[in-house]
Design a protein around this ligand. Sequence first.
Ligand code: NOJ
Length: 724
Amino acid sequence: MSTHHEDRIKQLLDLMTPDEKLGQLQQLAWAWDTGPGSGSTEEAGAAARKGLLGSVLNVFGAASTNALQRIAVEESRLGIPLLFGLDVIHGYWTTFPIPLAQAAAFDPAVTETDGEIAAREARSNGVHWTFAPMMDVTHEPRWGRIAESHGEDPYLTSRYAAAKVRGHQGADLAAPDRVAACAKHFAAYGGPEGGRDYNTVDVSEQRLRNLYLPPFKAAVDAGVASVMASFNTISAVPAHANPHTLTRILKEEWRFDGLVVSDWTGVLELVAHGFAEDGAAAARRALGAGVDMEMVSTTFADHGRELLARGALTEARLDDAVARVLRLKLRLGLFERPYVDESAAVTEPTASTRAAARDAAVRCMVLLKNEGHTLPLAAGPRSIAVVGPLADTGDLLGTWTVPDAQQRFPAVTVAEGLRTAVPEAHLVCVPTGGAPGAVEDADARAVAAAASVDFTVVAVGEPPALSGEAAVRSDLELPAGQRELIEAVAATGKPFAVVLFAGRPLVVGDWLDSAPAVLLAWHPGLEAGHALADVLTGAVAPGGKLPVSFPRAVGQIPVHYNHERTGRPYDATQPDEKYVSKYLDLAEGPQFPFGHGLSYTTFTTGDPRLSRTEIPTADLSEGATVEVTVSVRNTGDRAGDEVVQLYVHDLAADIVQPVRRLRGFERVTLGAGESTEVRFLLGAEDFGYWTNDPEGVFVLEPGAIDLYAGADSTARNRCRLTIN
Ligand code: NOJ
């Protein structure tokens, strides 16, 4: 905390009326969104003029933000600048792959670069604050917001959360190319029952702390400026009115001095939850629990005076909330530089930001299957068909793009990418899946094209509209007609590969056998087609890994690698055993496990080797570490990337432990025949766990820990550490 800022905050608080204080806690949204409570720029201007507005959401662009800012700074009594917020989730103009895809790179540098570029573009357009990164760990592929997440693992998500915060915020929030980040959604939003967005989450303290909270702690440690409350309940107490998470853990235990913002109308929704009888009670509950700023609904502003008058809101709590808003404005340097230079606004992606987005998209792709070296495409003159509903569409940016980005800067299509990469090839493109009557005809033409060329790329999967907020599916198969298309192309007997676009894990089992190669591209962002061409032609070998398990069937959900062990685990050596934890009608485990991903070359990883095989708990508690070394060799005939993964399993503990927990990963590039050693340092944090004690108790128990190293979460190379 800067004393200079704290002095300034005190001075301002002394000058402010209760209405002005409550005004700082209000965030209004511009009216392109017609949701409840959204206002207009005129309304925002009027409120700003009276000093009754702290922040605006969804106003962006240098000229628009400056115009509104001028009212706040030059026409309000105290001249406190406004904070402009926007959802910049995976790029502003330069759209990167969706966050779930980025997680598949197993390389946090990808998200740090996205964060940096997005910050530069956004801040130059007057945006100070982005509502990212999202860090909800989830075991729910039906949930559309899995696309915005980093998947099912808290360690991977934590590494990405910290990297994105660094990318957005840099060392100085006041710099003209940085924005304040927001860790969201606090907390456990990734665990909705049935996968239905906004639904109930009932969670034990240990699961809250071991699974959902670590990324938030990592973000707070990385200096994240703000945190957003989540729409769900946490064990029957809405997150927006939850003093345990917002105040006890976040503000007290973690000493977070930044701003807690509500989600869109999240405070008023306490009434719908049945947790508050009216708006006044909602404001009392939310403010009392630790929400500082209210997004869109206006219960704080409407009822704050009355709550103060009857002692239901203390001066101290109000001042603390206001101080948090002012602190962020001071950190952003808004009192000194409230406006942006309109002539310096970034208005389009540049060659270098496009190159970064392309490189990121390449790193995110996961080769799920590649029988008989189907990929990469053979070199030399040839004919290629690109067919399928996503063969020639620019709608591959993914969920949550900045308004206008999709229209102004759509993705490079698959056909366009291949046409540019292999101009010497004869390329036929047959997009399918148009108007219902035309579909069959297009499919027939697609299959005829496949029969007549040397190689076919079948571009299928989910369009972006099928994932993201409120985009929940109960069926995770390919959209209608796509399986049939794959099977018809397969029936031609000609070589082909499936390029799969998705914002979530899909059920791919039914057509997998007929497809010799499947490349998972997710929603790759602006440079989609070029990045795909890089991988399909073999200019770059794929090296991404799954950050989520792919289920065999929807009925198997949740299926995730880090599950707890039952008393009757399934044993593959006794498949006929009846009374074990299994499905009668499904093979064991997911279709593709967490961490899975192939390359155009092959790798072997050695057994993990320990710097010591025993270590006292006392040493670990004082910060001692164990070094784990894993060798990895490229056993193929071309260069490629492998992600060496390290998992731990505590064999017996006072709380049943996940069968494996990822605690280290490193992506390495190795030439043909080359090998290297990867080193991981593990300490108390990696071997201990949080108990069910609501006071927050982390324990490190003596006992045996197995460490597994390898290329996915089923790795069998193992060694044992004894903690004594
Ligand atoms: C609702 C979403 O849950 C949240 O993630 C987003 O930041 C806000 N809307 C603002 O658009």
